[in-house]
Ligand binder design. Structure first.
Ligand SMILES: Nc1nc2c(ncn2[C@@H]2O[C@H](COP(=O)(O)OP(=O)(O)OP(=O)(O)O)[C@@H](O)[C@H]2O)c(=O)[nH]1
Ligand SMILES: [Mg+2]
Length: 286
């Protein structure tokens, strides 16, 4: 974005139109784009922006205004056993993100347990177990075909008995439009609530940044079905333009917890609005 703006000598209507198109192309979506354009257009009208550099700065500030309210970290707490349930459509990156989170929280000194709640997809249990071995965190599993709610319930009971601070529960991928599968997630919530009405303390949606504006629909529908307390956005290392983070931030009042930037165990970053704005405005090379 920098290049487009800085390549020009003055701010005119054409530059503003180009900018709007660029924001939409970068997946920021209508609402966030409108808000940012309104902010900078107003500054242009009041002649507060002397040159295209000032315009870039104003755009960054407008984007930060959208993102900053969504930056809120969550961490396990000593003396409690909390459940983080991960939900999302097929292939979004749930299981991978669980492996990364397990390594992070274990590294911070917390007792971590994983629940193989994806009893639906063949090899899903083995995939989580492989992550468990890799990051040296135990996994509670019953094998495929088992009842997801019962696996997660047993795992929560085990986590409490062991005094683990956090149980991270995997769940099967599902389309946000599949009503009966959404019902299954509600069942997990009901069953866990028998052990503690506050459980699951966190329900995080995993979104693949590459799904563009469809990510918004997913977020809305999962939120409506189960009530989200966090969002993780994966695959920001790939071809995804990343603007979808702003679209989601604008549309839903849900904290963005982490972003995934690769397939490795270290490739998870706490969501940092400043770093995100820098990355979005950085010139892509090649
Ligand atoms: N490049 C990149 N790849 C990722 C990232 N997160 C996950 N992946 C890859 O995306 C693919 C799907 O990840 P999974 O973790 O299996 O996704 P899932 O949501 O558990 O999928 P289901 O279990 O089928 O619902 C895997 O090949 C991961 O390695 C990321 O941040 N960057
Ligand atoms: Mg999975």
């Amino acid at each position: 974005m920098e290049r487009l703006v800085l390549g020009k000598k003055e701010i005119d209507a054409e530059l503003l139109d180009d900018l709007e198109a660029l924001l939409l192309q970068a997946d920021l979506g209508m609402a966030a784009t409108r808000e940012m354009m309104a902010a900078v257009t107003e500054k242009v009208r009041r002649k507060e922006l002397a040159d295209p550099q000032a315009l870039t700065a104003a755009l960054r500030a407008a984007l930060l205004d959208i993102l900053r309210p969504r930056a809120a970290q969550w961490s396990p707490r000593k003396g409690e056993t909390q459940v983080v349930m991960m939900v999302g459509i097929n292939g979004a990156g749930k299981t991978t993100t669980i492996g990364k989170l397990a390594a992070r929280w274990k590294g911070e000194g917390f007792g971590v347990l994983l629940a193989a709640g994806d009893t639906f997809r063949a090899a899903a249990v083995e995939q989580l177990q492989a992550w468990g071995e890799r990051v040296q965190v135990p996994v509670v599993a019953q094998g495929s075909g088992a009842d997801s709610a019962s696996v997660i319930y047993d795992a929560y009971a085990a986590a409490r008995a062991r005094g683990s601070e956090v149980l991270i529960a995997d769940t099967a991928g599902r389309l946000h439009t599949q009503g009966h599968l959404m019902e299954e997630l509600k069942k997990v919530k009901r069953v866990l609530a028998k052990l503690d009405p506050a459980a699951p303390q966190q329900i995080w949606l995993v979104l693949d940044a590459g799904t563009g504006q469809n990510a918004l629909n997913q977020a809305r529908q999962f939120h409506e079905a189960v009530g989200l307390t966090g969002i993780c956005i994966t695959k920001l290392d790939g071809t995804a333009k990343g603007g979808v983070v702003a679209a989601v931030a604008k549309a839903l009042p849900i904290p963005i917890r982490y972003v995934g930037v690769g397939e490795g165990v270290e490739d998870l970053r706490p969501f940092d609005p400043h770093a995100f704005v820098d990355a979005l405005f950085a010139e892509k090379t090649g």
